[in-house]
Design a protein around this ligand. Structure first.
Ligand SMILES: CC(C)(COP(=O)(O)OP(=O)(O)OC[C@H]1O[C@@H](n2cnc3c(N)ncnc32)[C@H](O)[C@@H]1OP(=O)(O)O)[C@@H](O)C(=O)NCCC(=O)NCCS
Length: 196
C-alpha cells in the first residue's frame, strides 16, 4: 500500500547571515511575482521575457523557487525574530528548481539584480540550492541539470553543484553558445546506486 509521500524535504527553509540585510529562502510565501517579472523584462536576463502574472505565478509556485531577499527595515534586537513577509522584504534574486521534490531538479532562471552582483550573493544562493538538492536532504535524488553560458559560470556551477558539461546548444538567436550541465549525485557507500 502506498504510504504518504516524503514531503519533509519540501519544508521551506531560510538562510541568514549575521549582520546582513540579505537572506535566502525557498519559502513560497515570500516570492514576489511582480519583482521577478520586472527582472525578466531586463536585458541581463537574455533568455527570457516577462510572462502574464498568473502564468509566472504558476511557474514559480510549481517549482522550488529560491529567492534572494533584502530586509526593508533595519534589524532590531528583539526577543522574537522578525516575521519575514512580502511587505518587509524586497526580492533581488532567484534560482528556480523545476523538480518533483524527490528525484530530479532542473535549475533555471538564476539571477541576482545587477546592483547586487559581485558580492557573493549568487554563490550563497547556489550553495543553498546545493544543500537542499543533495543526497543528505533528498536521499532519492538522481539527477540535476541546467543550461548556462560562459567559462566562468561553467566553473561556478561545477564548484557549487558538481555539474559537468554534457552537451552544447549554439543559440545564434540570442548570441550565446549554451552548455548543458548535469550531475548524478554520488551515492553514499551504504545507499543503493542511483539509476536514472
Ligand atoms: C550569475 C549571477 C547569478 C551570480 O550572482 P553574483 O551575486 O554576481 O555572484 P557572486 O558574486 O557570488 O559570484 C559567483 C559567480 O558568479 C559568476 N559571475 C559573477 N559576476 C559575473 C559576471 N559579471 N560575468 C560572468 N559571471 C559572473 C562567476 O562565476 C562568479 O564566480 P567567480 O567569482 O568565482 O568567478 C549574476 O551574476 C547574474 O545574475 N548574472 C546575470 C544572469 C545570469 O547570467 N544568470 C545565470 C544564468 S545560468
Amino acid at each position: 500500500m502506498a504510504s504518504s509521500p516524503p514531503t519533509a524535504t519540501l519544508t521551506p527553509r531560510t538562510w541568514t547571515r549575521d549582520n546582513s540585510p540579505f537572506f535566502i529562502s525557498n519559502d513560497p510565501k515570500l516570492i514576489s511575482v511582480k519583482a521577478v517579472n520586472e527582472a525578466f523584462g531586463k536585458d541581463f536576463l537574455y533568455w527570457t521575457k516577462p510572462f502574464p502574472e498568473d502564468v509566472l505565478h504558476q511557474m514559480l509556485h510549481g517549482s522550488m523557487s529560491f529567492g534572494v531577499y533584502k530586509r526593508l527595515q533595519p534589524e532590531q534586537t528583539q526577543t522574537e525574530p522578525e516575521t519575514l513577509t512580502t511587505e518587509n522584504t524586497e526580492q533581488i534574486g532567484l534560482a528556480r528548481m523545476i523538480t518533483d521534490g524527490i528525484s530530479f531538479g532542473y535549475l533555471s532562471d538564476t539571477y541576482v539584480l545587477p546592483e547586487y552582483q559581485g558580492d557573493g550573493l549568487g554563490r550563497w544562493l547556489i550553495d543553498c540550492v546545493a544543500e537542499v538538492f543533495s543526497l543528505e536532504s533528498m536521499p532519492h535524488l538522481r539527477r540535476i541539470m541546467l543550461l548556462t553560458s560562459g567559462q566562468r559560470l561553467e566553473e561556478f556551477y561545477g564548484q557549487t553543484l558538481g555539474v559537468k558539461v554534457v552537451g552544447h546548444e549554439p543559440r545564434p538567436d540570442i548570441g550565446k553558445d549554451l552548455v548543458f550541465m548535469n550531475a548524478k549525485p554520488t551515492a553514499k557507500p551504504t545507499a543503493r546506486p542511483a539509476l536514472g
